[in-house]
Design a protein around this ligand. Structure first.
Ligand code: ADP
Ligand code: MG
Length: 182
């Protein structure tokens, strides 16, 4: 016979009772899109993050519009950062993010190509972590205004382990074009 276990829960955004996140970690996720209605893609992804197992979205930044980097002949990006509370390990979280990208039509033609959705793990607690296919903190985050400004909007005191204060890093990126959308 199957046992039904009653656990402490909370009402999720859709009204259902969801189990509370056990042994939560704090992770910051960078969201980006520049294809197929980017504002809708990023908004949909914010909701999808909240629906991941053992995970809830604590805070979301505003949306920002940024000019492409690397490969310039493509549309502007819409970016945001979300703060998660999660019981997932870094690897399980990355796998879940890559699955969400695929659900929203992500393909990988070449480096810095236009994309329907990009989800990057920026920070995971104060972890410094390198393994095949996963580097935390995200190795370029301290160089990108479109990551740093939304991060600082929701977590102004953020530190980037191994790099330093996120606000100081943002000060070095002032020349990058970024527009906060209302
Ligand atoms: P980018 O985000 O740099 O434009 P992609 O989204 O194509 O590039 O990601 C390529 C690979 O980067 C992913 O398959 C993933 O394995 C790897 N990766 C390494 N570290 C991270 C991280 N912190 N967050 C997300 N992906 C990462
Ligand atoms: Mg990515």
């Amino acid at each position: 016979m199957k046992h039904v276990q009653h656990v402490a829960g909370e009402v999720g955004p859709t009204g259902g009772l969801r189990p509370a996140v056990s042994r939560p970690h704090t992770a910051f996720i960078g969201l980006g899109s520049n294809l197929a209605d980017p504002v809708a893609q990023v908004s949909r992804a914010q909701e999808a993050l909240d629906g991941l197992a053992q995970t809830r979205v604590v805070r979301c930044s505003s949306l920002y519009r940024s000019a492409p980097v690397g490969y310039l002949a493509q549309p502007d990006f819409i970016n945001a950062v979300a703060q998660l509370e999660t019981g997932l390990s870094p690897r399980a979280l990355l796998d879940a993010l890559l699955a969400l990208e695929l659900e929203q039509g992500r393909t990988r033609e070449f480096c810095n190509a236009p994309r329907t959705l990009d989800l990057d793990i920026l920070l995971y607690d104060d972890l410094i972590h390198h393994e095949h296919g996963l580097t935390i903190p995200h190795p370029q985050m301290h160089l990108r205004a479109f990551v740093l400004q939304p991060l600082l909007e929701i977590a102004p005191d953020s530190d980037i382990p191994g790099v330093g204060n996120a606000a100081a890093a943002a000060a070095q990126c002032r020349d990058q074009q970024l527009q906060r959308l209302v």
